[in-house]
Design a protein around this ligand. Sequence first.
Ligand SMILES: Cc1cc2nc3c(=O)[nH]c(=O)nc-3n(C[C@H](O)[C@H](O)[C@H](O)COP(=O)(O)O)c2cc1C
Length: 328
Amino acid sequence: MRTLALGSLRISPPMMLAPMEGVTDPCFRDLLIETSGADAVGAACTEFIRVTEIPLTPERVRAELESHRGCRTALGVQIMGNRVEAVAASAAIAAAEGAAFVDLNFGCPAPRVFQHCAGSALLADPARLEALVRATVEAVAGAVPVTAKIRAGITDDRGLEDIARRVEAAGAAALIVHARLRIERYEVPASWERIARAKAVVSIPVIGNGSADDAAAATAMFERTGCDAVMIGRGALADPWVFRAWLAAQRGESFTSPNAEERLRWIETYAERMQQRGATPAQALGRAKQALKAAAGAGHVPAEPVSAALRAQTLAEFMDRAADRAAC
Ligand SMILES: Cc1cc2nc3c(=O)[nH]c(=O)nc-3n(C[C@H](O)[C@H](O)[C@H](O)COP(=O)(O)O)c2cc1C
């Protein structure tokens, strides 16, 4: 089995859960790791934490990391910001609080973020991007690896190699390439040759991301791009067993995909745990609907008509309607 080395941190297997705001909160991450097994999920990352002028507080970082302590899956903290001092100081706090690595977000396409020159907007300012990585590496002083998660560009990918080289020159331990442009947002299939292009110009590990939606696609991404690790985003929302399925395939073991009933139970557990951790019933119901929609979209639960469950007003009503459908 391959291992991803980020400085002295070993990530094994080289499979990572992508940061997804509004999805990969601690509750989702913990349950996904329980479901696929910590031996199948090499690393995960928090949703982005936005930093403006004031660095993160230790309490903010602790709230992200608390429930994860003792788990073998490496958990990184992702920071998004454009103020060099505040980002670097935040990274030092994340490292001191126990983050396994610090990831910097250079990919967020959201207009509000873009207008404030953060996330993917920094792809247009390679010098600032490089300075952010360098200052962050210096601030953590070798305590944890620093990674940078980029998109391939804003409106075209001509700057990809330059950005990749700058990330390496600034001392990052790995480069994560989401193989879409900002203008492609999320819908267009990712262009994996961009991952191969980045891999060709740097000697640090390259982590591929985008359209690795299931175990077979993750294997194909390794083969077609030469990447050192694969990061899965929406594929993991649609199928929380995706890491288990990949590991089983690597080991030549059989893996029985859970049936619709088991998948609905997972969604119910997820919603219950969200409430136990302080989410309102409406918030938990929203997350349950989001997960059901993703599972149905990928064909893991009957799609027709999931819309009845999606119109439910309470979790009990949602489960009743969804269970009726699963039994069809
Ligand atoms: C709802 C949602 C929220 C996201 N939030 C983040 C985030 O907080 N940080 C980040 O770097 N990327 C974020 N992303 C991008 C994902 O990490 C990933 O790069 C993208 O979904 C492509 O991977 P996929 O095709 O496997 O989904 C988000 C994506 C989605 C769909």
